[in-house]
Design a protein. Sequence first.
Length: 446
Amino acid sequence: MKRFRIITAICLSTIAIMVAGNVWYLYSLYNSIKTQTLQTVNECVRRADILEIINRLNEASQGENDSFIRMTLVVQGEKTTDGGYGYNHLLENISQTMSEYFHLVEQSEQRMAERDFSVLDSIFRNELNSTDIYPDKVMIRPITENAAPCRGLWEMDFSISDNHPPIYKVRFSTLQGHILRQMAGIIATSAAILVLMGLLIWYLLHWVGKLRSIEQMKDDFTHNMTHELKTPVAVAYSAADSMLRYYDQSDEARNRQFLKIIMQRLSFLSGMVENILSMSMERFKTMKLNMESVALLPLVDDVAGMIELKADKPVKIDITISEDIVITADSLHLGNIISNLVDNAVKYSGDSVAISISADSQSIVIADNGIGISRRNLPYIFDKFYRVPSGDRYEVGGYGLGLFYVKQMAGLFGWSIGVTSKEGKGTRFTIKFNDDEKKQDIVGRG
């Protein structure tokens, strides 16, 4: 178990590091796409600025029948280490050169109208839309205009070129949605992997917890079964040893008594082994029941007498059952059901116990004034091998199969069983006979 914990801790730490790394990668990717998007917005501003100047030039030159613009571009290269020239960022340099040219034309052309920033905004929006960017608001204003920052908008400064100061303050709606849409694929796959890993870890830990519970139940079962087996073996051994050591052929009564003790203990052991096999080998599915009409009162009287006889504490059993109640059941298993419930009432009680057994044609109720069962443990008492860890009562004999047997047999009879309990007050079991009319026939005699 220690090794498993170490391996689990290492794996969880590794997964945590991988998740942190993935989050950092997504954050870096977001910033990278954001930078690219802002560069695209900057180019859209530049094109909108150039187109707005061209529109005003066309308006100023109406009647001259000139449908094209002539311009000369000068792009300066940088000398490389091998003596040649390189033109890095050629398209960006051309774009900046065009921008410088048209602003020089704007300054020299006296016939041009003043810039209409609403037109510039409209052209800017169209340029953004052409690159699949659709902000709700766009606004371009002179850099000299002291406008207060707008909440919910991104803003950037626009310069004609790297050597010129900013001329526009550009504001537009946040583009986080646009950026996240571009990241949607990797975000979705990362989230799916993360959820899947979380489910797998939960599933693993869930089953490990179940395995630990099963291991604990197995240890408890072994301990309890050993305790149960030791007592009848010791009694039978003592009786046989007494007969061997002090055998007296003339004392027939004494010899019969010892033989009776041995037979009782061996019968008890045989029944215990049979019960264990019945529980552990799923024999309930193929078990054949000897269904017959059973008078309930005599059977309950026999069980009560047996329990009172073998109990090592004062036991008072109050029976309230009419003599005319007859039910259809397997008498052997019905006796075992009642015996298990009454025996548990005796075991899990104080120095003395009062038990009441009442029945009618519909149900039988077995109640006691014992130590009771906590609400936390009550839902599990019918589980196989489950035993309530009741403090100093945990050493009471048993191997956690009694109530499981009761529940299974009641189900085979077509009955239902319910339980209510309160700590320090006692427990009440109710078996209803007519839960399944197809399996159970209630007979009233008298």
